[in-house]
Structures are given as C-alpha cells and as structure tokens.
Design a protein around this ligand. Structure first.
Ligand code: FES
Length: 150
C-alpha cells in the first residue's frame, strides 16, 4: 500500500517549472517548419542550386516582358527571371530564403505567397520580410532568342 506524500511548496514549484519548460519546447517546435528545417526567424536553409548543363535553355527571351519578370524552371529548380532593359536578363533561384516557398513574378518584384516577402526583380534583394536575405542569383546569358545557363 502506498502512502500519499503530502505536496510541499518545493514539489509544486518544481512541477510548475517542468510544465513551463515543456510549454517552451512546444512553442519552439511550433515556430520551425518540418518541411524545410527553417528556424522561423527568417533564415531558412539555403536553396539547392540547379544542376543543368551549360547552355541549357531556361526560357525564350521574348517570354520575359521588358521591365517585368517571369517564372521558369531549370530542371526541377524553380527560377525567376527579369529583363530590366531589353536584352539584359537576370535570374534567381525562386526558393524563398525565409522558409522555402517558391516566389512568383510580380512585375518589378518577386512575391512570396506564403508570408508576403517581396524581392527586387533586378537585384533579388529583400524589399520587405519576413525574409532577411535576398534570392540566390543564377548566372544566365542571352543566346539568340533564348536565355541559357552559363
Ligand atoms: S516562405 Fe515565408 S515569406 Fe517566403
């Protein structure tokens, strides 16, 4: 037969601390994204680099509006491209540095549909967060009527 132990003030404080610590662990777990391993602080994992052979066509030049932007892919990697001036093309990995969603083309910006980060289409720099770093550039060049990997 077990004799019940009277609850002491120390036992109650100890039990309360364990509960608070447990709640903290749960709160931290809720902030991270299991799909990406992101920390929830705006510094998600680095996007993977495309592994396409040099000269792989990314998009037709005429498909990118001058002064605008467009989405495409290099293999399985989503990319965004902009043509700030005629024949001048830039390309970025479309994986958002916040938590890994694919950003979309939005004229002179790229927009992330998940948490609203926006990026400069020409430079890939963050215009507003929660992302704290810009998009990863990908080297491309214009070859004839196409944009190709370098
Ligand atoms: S994934 Fe959160 S803003 Fe893009």
């Amino acid at each position: 037969m077990t004799v019940p132990t009277p609850l002491t003030r120390r036992a109650l404080i100890s039990a309360g601390s364990a509960t608070i610590a447990g709640a903290g662990v749960l709160a931290l777990a809720a902030c991270s994204s299991p799909a990406t391993g992101g920390s929830g602080d705006g510094s998600g994992s680095a996007p993977s680099a495309p592994t396409a052979a040099t000269g792989t066509e990314v998009i037709k030049l005429s498909d990118i509006p001058v002064g605008g932007s467009k989405v495409s892919k290099i293999g399985d990697v989503p990319v965004v491209l902009a043509q700030p001036t005629a024949g001048n093309v830039v390309c970025f990995n479309a994986v958002c540095p916040h938590q890994g969603c694919a950003v979309g083309a939005a004229g002179k910006q790229y927009a992330c549909p998940c948490h609203g980060s926006r990026f400069n289409a020409e430079t890939g720099a963050v215009i507003n967060g929660p992302a704290v770093t810009g998009l990863t550039p990908i080297k491309v060049k214009v070859s004839g009527d196409a944009v190709v990997t370098v």
